[in-house]
Design a protein around this ligand. Structure first.
Ligand code: PRT
Ligand code: ZN
Length: 296
């Protein structure tokens, strides 16, 4: 691979990951000049250029050195890694927190499910034969993999398979096809992928800077500022219930002896369950606010 002083990153041209990928790069401060063919976009703010491609092409382009980094579903990356021999030339660098879905096994609504052994010698339709074969091997089940290029969910109705192994997010597609999800083969989301090793020229520093910025963007995305009032006696219990984050700031409330105000930046996701648990412990007037920027 020849030395280059500009980094290239490939993202999906149009599909489920396109908007969020472009948004992530924009939040990292990258701007691009749109070219007429819209496949190659010249980076204006930094020497980082963009390639707009099919998601399936991202791992191969990294392996061939056509690009240095890429954003792709873990499902695609892991499937192709299994097909690339013992040392694939690409790897997952960061999980990006969007494009969540799972590769799951599903059976017709009316069939019973008695664990992996129950599908021995059945036909399983999928577009992910490597991941499925790997799962079957790990569960010591022998079954027949029927590799399709799409429309996996109708295979049982067509009589070409007994079971399917497909991506699921809301589950609506399975329900519409009278299928029931029974096991997860892979939890997936969009990931930043890169070569087995970082390039050893100017691009290394650029890649590291981009990853630092991505980490910052992801951190801010899940971070929340939590504000609440509570009796002073409940302070310890409530602090223990807060998701991970910086130590809380405790403030007196004017005119109140027993109550205090608490403010904390939580860097782990805060859920309704957290709020309900804190309410039970005595917290009141809880507010959860998004964090726009952070500089420690
Ligand atoms: O043209 P190109 O090859 O680039 O795009 P593509 O059609 O291969 O990919 P695309 O855009 O459909 O998906 C890109 C990536 O999005 C996938 O590789 C996953 O990592 C991720 N993703 C997240 C999903 C889903 N959610 C998803 N729900 N990919 C596909 N689906 C399918 C699923 O298979 C089902 O058939 O969407 C259907 C609806 O899902 P339900 O469960 O919400 O009904
Ligand atoms: Zn694709």
């Amino acid at each position: 691979m020849s030395a280059r002083d500009r980094l290239r990153i490939a993202i999906q041209k149009s599909g489920r990951l396109s908007d969020a990928s472009q948004d992530l790069l924009a939040r990292c401060g990258l701007t691009f000049r749109r070219s007429r063919d819209k496949l190659f976009c010249f980076g204006e703010s930094l020497p980082v250029d963009l390639l707009l491609v099919r998601d399936d092409d991202v791992p191969g382009m990294i392996a061939d050195g056509v690009c240095d980094l890429g954003i792709v579903g873990r499902n695609v990356l892991a499937e192709q890694a299994l097909g690339a021999g013992p040392e694939p030339a690409f790897r997952e660098l960061r999980a990006l927190g969007f494009g969540q879905c799972r590769l799951s096994l599903a059976v017709p609504q009316e069939s019973t499910w008695e664990g992996p052994a129950g599908i021995a010698s059945q036909r399983i339709a999928t577009t992910y034969p490597n991941l499925l074969a790997d799962w079957l091997r790990r569960h010591e089940v022998e079954a027949k993999i029927v590799t399709l290029s799409g429309s996996v969910e109708i295979a049982p109705r067509l009589g070409t398979a007994d079971v399917i192994c497909d991506l699921v997010s809301s589950g609506a597609t399975l329900a519409a096809n009278q299928l029931r999800e029974v096991a997860t083969v892979l939890e997936s989301e969009a990931v930043l992928a890169g070569g087995a090793a970082l390039p050893n020229d100017e691009r290394a520093g650029l890649a590291q800077m981009l990853m630092r910025r991505i980490d910052g963007v992801i951190q801010v995305r899940v971070s929340k500022l939590v504000m609440l009032h509570a009796p002073r006696a409940a302070l310890d219990a409530i602090t223990r219930l807060l998701p991970q984050g910086q130590p809380p700031t405790i403030m007196p409330i004017e005119g109140s002896v027993d109550d205090i105000a608490l403010q904390a930046v939580c860097t782990d996701a805060i859920t309704w369950q957290h709020l309900e648990d804190m309410k039970r412990a005595g917290a009141r007037q809880m507010l959860v606010l998004p964090v726009e920027q952070m500089l420690a």
